[in-house]
Ligand binder design. Structure first.
Ligand code: AKG
Length: 280
């Protein structure tokens, strides 16, 4: 289903230096076709498990056609998405890149940018998980279509994972200037911006560090741009005992009474070096 990428010294060093890694081959062709078909059902509200995803930011018939469509935690609603985002090799890749002893799924996203589909603002993923200790993350981004700059592919700022963590501000979905926060920051802190576009065939992959600045522009092509995303955290992460702002309002629903432990039913362990894994 997915390729076991060996993170040899060179690839690992590249990730450490750049804050991201891009590869042309990750998903099997069969998986791509099937998941692309599943996207339609999910955004129409047809959930094969009968369970609604945690966030559902675009609905067929309700929202404007040119918005980038997003669902968070589609794995709870669809078994094929679950098989992918909970895959052991995906967890292993994330853990190895981040020098963790294991990886757990914090959340998935499915993203569908239609022709003309609007921007997603530059941000750092780890800025959104201040309700987790340690506040860190790595993201595995898996396009189901060939992606390029003109399709509004994902883009990274090289080396920006060394700039420190900034709390999120501004509008995430469809801002007019999706680079505004990045430009403000680089001006204030005199940072050099070197952008890398993820340009790979369908079934490729990119991994990025939770501190890496990234975003995406308008899809100016006539074709759709779909991606499945897995956001992972260390397997031994806990809930922050007190932080409740932002997305914690949604995800702290899953906090047990008198415990900061993350429940595997909602935050499954994908891989650990001791061979521990949630039976999803
Ligand atoms: O696909 C995109 O345009 C944005 C994805 C993203 O922000 C992420 O995967 O962290």
């Amino acid at each position: 289903m997915i390729k076991d990428i060996e993170f040899s010294g060179d690839l690992k060093k590249k990730f450490d230096d750049q804050g991201y890694l891009i590869s042309k081959e990750f998903l099997d062709k069969k998986v791509i076709t099937n998941l692309a078909y599943k996207f339609k059902n999910l955004f129409c509200g047809k959930f094969e498990t009968g369970i609604e995803p945690d966030e559902w930011n675009w609905r067929q018939g309700r929202d404007s056609e040119d918005i980038t469509r997003q669902i968070c935690n589609a794995w709870k609603s669809d078994n094929d998405i679950k098989r992918l985002v909970c895959h052991e090799l995906l967890g292993k890749a994330c853990a190895k890149l981040m020098n963790w002893s294991g990886a757990r799924l914090l959340q998935d996203n499915i993203l569908w940018k239609p022709p003309g589909g609007k921007t997603l603002a530059y941000h750092q993923d780890a800025a959104y998980d201040d309700w987790i200790v340690p506040q860190t993350m790595v993201t595995c981004w898996m396009p189901l279509d060939d992606v390029s700059k003109e399709k509004g592919t994902l883009e990274f700022v090289k080396g920006s994972h060394r700039w420190g963590l900034k709390p999120p501000t501004g509008q995430f979905h469809s801002p007019d200037d999706y680079k505004k926060e990045l430009k403000d920051l680089s001006k204030k802190e005199k940072k050099k911006i070197e952008i890398q576009y993820v340009e790979v065939p369908a079934g490729g992959v990119s991994f990025h560090h939770g501190l890496t600045w990234h975003g995406s522009g308008i899809n100016t092509s006539l074709n759709h741009r779909r991606a499945v995303v897995a956001h992972c955290i260390p397997s031994n992460s806990k809930f922050h005992p007190s932080n409740v702002g932002g997305t914690a309002r949604i995800y702290k629903r899953y906090k047990k009474l008198n415990s900061n432990e993350l429940d595997e039913s909602f935050f499954p362990i994908l891989w650990t070096k001791e061979g521990i894994r949630t039976n999803v």
